[in-house]
Design a binder for this molecule. Structure first.
Ligand code: ASP
Length: 334
């Protein structure tokens, strides 16, 4: 006799198997490629950050780990380096202002337990990453924005300062002469730091901090403070972070996508390449020449991946048994 109860159970199980990718466990004719980044090896501690100048950040993060800090302490320490650097024109102090001359900052942080904190449109505070960490640790919320984020920072002992340096102001005044918003690949309009770390216990954390695209519209928020877009961590799987034109990263939820692809069996390199290809497939024809998005990822074993839309994306890597390196990422388009 037809057993309806049994049929429903089997049908449900089938759906679950497909939905969770379990079906991939069945023997397939073709072995998966499992492409690796040529510079990737297994092992932790590891710290990885977007853009070569951030070897200074990976150094600080590494020292934090050496001194017994957690992955969370390490990514915060690393992110604070470009935030305080007046010569980094895309992060914190010295960051390029928006179209109206205001330096507005976005940042987020995430820990091994899936806790997350974020600030957007924060002005006058040099270390938005530390405010984001406090949002995570001291409030029931994930994201504070604008005046509310500032008020929270001040209540917690942060002090305001003028973050618009003379150099950033001069560059903005020069830009005002043409007043053209044209993000270009790999130049200082986007040098956001996304940083990921695994500590000696094998726990993962991530952070991302930026002044956003130079000369953006007043009020614009990018991908960097959006959990799952600019950065995402899942301690069971790995972490990912992004730099480049934030609108594209937000529309594809790039960092979350990369972590989910790794969950389903991709290497960090394959996952970064797939997330980049997704952008190219969906928006490629409409993008101005040279539009950049770069992704970094690490998995639980400490393997890493890096990939970008166009050539020129690079990153900093410090891993157990090795030195502090700066490396070039492969790209979809040279
Ligand atoms: N992703 C950042 C944003 O869109 C820019 C960057 O990477 O520099 O705000």
């Amino acid at each position: 006799m037809f057993n309806r109860r049994k049929f429903i159970t089997n049908a449900t199980l089938g759906t679950v198997a497909v939905g969770t990718g379990l079906i991939a466990c069945q023997p397939s004719e073709k072995a998966p490629v499992q492409k690796k980044n040529p510079n990737s090896k297994e092992g932790f501690p590891i710290v990885i950050a977007t853009w070569k100048p951030n070897t200074k950040a990976t150094e600080a993060a590494w020292q934090t780990l050496e001194n017994g800090g957690t992955a969370l302490d390490a990514v915060e320490a690393g992110a604070k380096v470009p935030e305080a650097d007046p010569n980094d024109t895309s992060v914190g102090y010295g960051g390029a202002p928006d179209r109206d001359g205001f330096v507005t900052l976005d940042a987020c942080i995430m820990d091994k337990d899936g806790n997350a904190g974020s600030v957007t449109f924060l002005q006058g505070i040099k270390h938005p990453i530390s405010v984001a960490r406090l949002v995570m640790e001291k409030t029931p919320h994930v994201m504070l924005s604008g005046d509310g984020a500032l008020q929270f920072a001040l209540e917690n002992g942060f002090q305001t300062e003028d973050l618009l340096t003379e150099n950033a102001k001069k560059a903005w005044e020069k830009w005002l002469e043409t007043n053209k918003y044209e993000p270009k690949a790999n130049i200082n309009q986007h040098d956001t730091i996304g940083i990921l770390a695994i500590d000696k216990n094998g726990d993962i954390a991530g952070a991302c901090t930026t002044s956003g695209m130079a000369y953006k519209l007043h009020g614009r928020i990018g991908d960097s403070p959006i959990i799952g877009a600019g950065m995402y961590v899942d301690n069971e799987v790995g972490g990912a972070c992004a730099t480049g034109v934030g609108e594209l990263v937000m529309k594809t939820l790039g960092s979350f996508l990369i972590v989910e692809l790794m969950r389903q069996g991709m290497t960090p390199q394959e996952a970064c390449e797939e997330a980049t290809a997704r952008i190219a497939k969906r928006y490629g024809d409409t993008l101005p020449e040279g539009t950049q998005v770069g992704y970094l990822a690490i998995n639980k074993k400490g393997e890493h991946g890096a990939f970008s839309l166009v050539k020129g994306f690079n990153y900093a890597l410090y891993q157990m048994g090795g030195e502090n390196l700066s490396l070039d990422a492969d790209a979809l388009k040279s």
